[in-house]
Every structure is written in C-alpha cells, then in structure tokens.
Design a protein around this ligand. Sequence first.
Ligand code: GLY
Length: 339
Amino acid sequence: MTMSRRGLIGASAVGAGLLASAARAGEGATTLSKPCVISTWDFGIAANQAAWAVLSKGGRALDAVEAGARIPEQDLKNHSVGRAGYPDRDGHVSLDACIMDEQGNCGSVAALEHIAHPISVARRVMEKTPHVMLVGAGALQFALEQGFPREELLTDESRAAWEAWKKDAKYAPRANSENLDYRQTSGQLGTPGGAGNHDTIGMLALDAAGNISGACTTSGMAWKLRGRVGDSPIIGAGLYVDNEVGGATSTGVGEEVIRNVGSFLVVELMRQGRSPEEACKEAVARILKKKPAARDFQVGFLAINKRGEVGAWAIQKGFSYALCDAGKQDALLPGASFY
Ligand code: GLY
C-alpha cells in the first residue's frame, strides 16, 4: 500500500475529533496493491477482512464483495445494513442491495423484507434470472424460491428505537404525510446520511486477475416512507463498475445520488482522466450545485481505478472508508469533504 496523503488511522484511533481534523481537501493519492478491497465506513474493516479471505487465495472479486457485504448484513449492532436495520415509518424492515461484476453483469433487490442477506439475493437475480432488479413482494417470492429463509428482521433494539422515534415524529404512521423532507426522518439519529442514519456499505474489490466487482447493501434511511428505495440498489447510482476503468459506490442520502446518477458519473469522470478522488469530488460538487440545501445532508462517494488508486469525497466531514491489501488489513481513512 502506498500513501502520499494523510496518514492512515487504525481502527482504534477512529474518533470524531480525529476524523474532523483530517477531513480536508486531497493531498495526493492512495494506491493499493493487487488484490485489494475498499469499503465505506468503519464497519468496512470487518467486511474487508471477509473479502480478503477470498482475495488472498486468488479468489474472484465478485465472491469477495459478496462475502464482505454479508458481514454488516448479519451484524445485530448495525442498524443501517441488513437484518438489524431500523425499520420504515410503519415498522417494516426493508432492505436494498445490488452487485456488479467485471463483465457488466448486475443484479439488484429493493424493498426486500424478511430476508437477512439481500446482497446474496441480488447475486441470484444476476445469475439465475434474465432480469437486473426485483422489488418488494416479487423479490421476496424469488428469494424464498431460491431457498433463502424467511425471518423476522425487526430486532428488539430496533423496535425500541422505532417506538422512541414515533413519540416525537412529525410524520408518524397515520399522520399527515405532506411536505416531508429528510429532516423528519432523523430525530435522535442526527443528520440524514450521517453515521446514525443510514450509512450504507459500498464495497469495491480488485482481484489478482485485475478484475473489479462491487457490492452495495443497506436498510436505507431509518423511518423512511414505506416503499421508499434509495440509491443503493440502483446500478449507476449506488454502485457502478466498468472493468476498463474502475468502480464507484456511494453512501448517504440516496435521493441526491439518484438525481445525479452518482456512481456512474464517478466512473465516467475517471474514464476521462480524473483521479478517483477528483472524480468523487466532482460528483459531490454536482449535487451541491443543483441543490445547495444538500449541504445539510451527507453523501459520500468512494472509488478505485484499475491501477489500484483509491479516492473519496463527501459533503460533510465524518465520512470514513476502509482499505485492505497485502500490506495493510485494517486501515481506515477519513474522506475529504466540502464542509
Ligand atoms: N444510501 C442509502 C439510501 O439512501 O438508502
């Protein structure tokens, strides 16, 4: 791993103050050696280790990102990804995920309920159907047909948080739903897109054969309206891979990413010669240019190119991303940000 920018911070050093002081404009490039894997947020460290178990044996990037994404999906302490994700406004846990390989194959599920590993269902959609995306009841039917167990995903902890939110919620069930904005989803969880309220895992791996694949999985914004789908399961928004160029993924308020087809934009900017960090920065700038009020929310992009160069950019400080190659298994970097 080569670093000519801000120093790596170990998992133990992750603290708000350190991240805040380190989150500043780019100071060069971070380059990983092949094979490698990168992921959004600090929980990406554990996900990367599962992916590394695949990559270090010469495994395929696709298998690595699926294995990695399953780690936060099964983490009962993680309330923004997988089985313990916070529910929607009406108490339903609904999950979104997508996966994309080096050949441009992709699969996706959205608003999937009762299945703990949406990333693996997304892979089945990719490999077992002629389609790219299944949603809602149809996605659940497909998952059950494929042998995934049906489970109650609302944990006691998530239910308690939902009940607490409802006490003061401005758009609690059966309340007037007009003129909603993201702030009404946050409550005690803080800024929409921040660490407390839907911090998706996006993963990108470059395998020993030089192929890139990606995965993205989330429970979406806590207390969202029933049926709301964010960027994470949408190819081009929450994730995009082009094996000629590189890959990108996003986290944060998905509506802002969808409006700008963010991950596709990052990859196309890299194709035009931008570094991963420059490309991520431009994608965030486009969001802010179209909608200056988005500065109150969080969106972050993470990207890697074919040379193993890595970059990230976010609207606000506090975004972090985890890196793993043969030289460093548990690195965490702060994402540069505009604010
Ligand atoms: N980025 C995840 C979401 O908006 O649901």
